[in-house]
Design a protein around this ligand. Structure first.
Ligand code: BG6
Length: 486
């Protein structure tokens, strides 16, 4: 495929939040860094009546409010000259024909096109149908790629039929399903930590690891997305995608190469090895909870039983991980925003030094994904001037110290560049998304049939006590040890 042709980036849902907060600031920053194609144009498509100039002003407001970088007026003007807007409906053939002629007018004979579905999920299959019907997906005069935002389906069945439907108009190589966690530097660093070092991989298995904890805690509540969130809940919003992606990166075998097929094959393999939680085990292996006050939020059903917090115990059935539980938890309105993966190692097999309770504190490797990005190693050291008293100490790496405070780009920058160059490694393949739903479905079914009681937790806490009991049943505790505060 010729990557040197002019590129049109068509954003459906261009007047929405995602475009203003994330997509446009990321595209602008890529432009400032010289990473956009030589010739490109960004065409916004949506219901709102905007002129080109109004669209540009609306987007610049977003850049001012949401971008973390500084820019000059000249930079914005030069970038904004590539922006255009077309008002249209998502269900109207005539509007799509208009879009087709509009794009052709600029491309002259040939051009590449990236279609970005930043619309509500119900709309995009229709858009893809109409693009197909108006001959805008065939690749005879340039590549055609489609980026699809989450959520991809609401359960296994719907994700599967969505895949079938879009495969009628597109082949899998043209489809880029986004999970923005994969665009995060620290998430990609999981693979570098594991596979670009020799010191970790020999320990990365059931012989040395006791268990793995993955925490994705958010301080914010449901805010302006309450109406949407109330239909979705934490399992669909966070577990099916972000948390299971983290599990797959921590749990996968080394891929034979760093390309999309090899990488995604390994991810699917490890997801397929996860033991689906059986219906009768759901109450024992999961926690379903809601923060107090959620039902009073605007847009939320006053009797809502939607979970805003979840904790799940998973087991990977393979040689590497047999007997090593993965504990996952995520929730809104928790004490702080914190995303971390804790690898807790086994205790040494023989206790040489005296301790109060005859136990040693286990070593931990903590991958801090956000906000203070870095990696910490916790190990035991001798307290000076004692016979053999020990204390846990911490060896730390912080991105900000090693690479500078502004080193970490917005996740969307990386994903947009990858879609433009045709690298699908950080996007979710059809079988991956379906396998993930297959793991979430049995839990969802029990949760939604109300067979499992809903727990409640205080805002600004670390979640319900039921989540502590989940680990206590295995004789464990969540690792509350926070290296940043020692
Ligand atoms: C989104 C969820 O996918 O991820 C949101 O829909 C959540 O509910 C967000 O707040 C969290 O992303 P991040 O990058 O802030 O961890």
């Amino acid at each position: 495929m010729n990557n040197n042709l002019p590129v049109s980036i068509i954003i459906f849902g261009a007047s929405g939040d995602l475009t203003q907060r994330k997509l446009l600031p990321s595209l602008f920053n890529l432009y400032r860094k010289g990473r956009m194609p030589k010739q490109f144009r960004i065409v916004g498509y949506g219901n709102t009546a905007f002129t080109d100039d109004q669209f540009r002003t609306h987007l610049e407001e977003g850049v001012k409010q949401f971008a973390s970088f500084k820019y000059t007026d000249e930079e914005w003007k030069a970038f904004a000259s590539n922006l255009a807007y077309l008002q249209g409906r998502y269900t109207d053939l005539a509007d799509f024909k208009k879009l087709g002629s509009f794009l052709k007018g600029w491309e002259v004979n040939s051009g590449n096109r990236l279609y970005y579905m930043a619309t509500p999920p119900g709309v995009f299959p229709n858009i893809i149908d109409l693009l197909g019907l108006t001959d805008q997906l065939a690749e005879y005069n340039g590549w055609r790629r489609v980026v699809i935002e989450k959520p991809f389906g609401t359960d296994f069945e719907s994700a599967h039929s969505l895949n079938e439907q879009i495969h009628k108009a597109l082949n899998e190589k043209q489809i880029y399903r986004i999970d923005h966690y994969l665009g995060k530097e620290t998430v990609q660093n999981i693979l570098v930590t594991r596979f670009a070092n020799t010191i970790f991989e020999p320990l990365w298995n059931r012989n040395y690891i006791d268990h793995v904890e993955i925490t994705v805690a958010e301080q914010v509540g449901v805010e302006h997305r309450a109406r949407f969130y109330d239909q979705v809940g934490v399992l669909r919003d966070m577990f099916q995608n972000h948390l299971l992606q983290l599990v797959s990166l921590v749990g996968m075998e080394p891929p034979v190469s760093f390309d999309a097929t090899a990488l995604r094959n390994e991810k699917v393999k490890v997801l397929s090895a996860i033991h689906p939680v059986k219906e009768e085990d759901v109450p024992r292996k999961t926690v379903r909870a809601q923060y107090k006050g959620y039902r009073e939020e605007e847009g939320v059903d006053p009797q809502s039983t939607t979970a805003t917090y979840g904790a799940v115990r998973l087991q990977i059935d393979n040689w590497r991980w047999q007997g090593v539980p993965f504990y996952l938890r995520s929730g809104k309105r928790l004490k702080e925003k914190l995303t971390q993966i804790t690898i807790e190692f086994k205790e040494p097999p023989h206790l040489l030094f005296p301790t109060k309770d005859g136990r040693l504190t286990p070593n931990m490797l903590i991958l801090y994904l956000q906000p203070d990005e870095g990696v910490h190693w916790r190990f035991e050291a001798k307290v000076p001037d004692t016979v053999a008293e020990m204390r846990s100490v911490d060896m730390e790496f912080h991105y900000a110290d090693s690479f500078g405070k502004t080193a970490i780009p917005e996740a969307y920058e990386r994903l947009l560049v990858d879609a433009l160059i045709g690298d699908a490694s950080l996007f979710t393949r059809a079988d991956e998304v379906e396998t993930a739903w297959g793991l979430i479905d049995p839990i969802l079914q029990v949760w939604e049939s109300e067979k499992q009681p809903l727990a409640f937790y205080d805002p600004d806490s670390w979640g319900p006590s039921e989540a502590d009991e989940l680990l206590a049943r295995d004789g464990r505790k969540w690792s509350t040890w926070d290296a940043r505060k020692e």
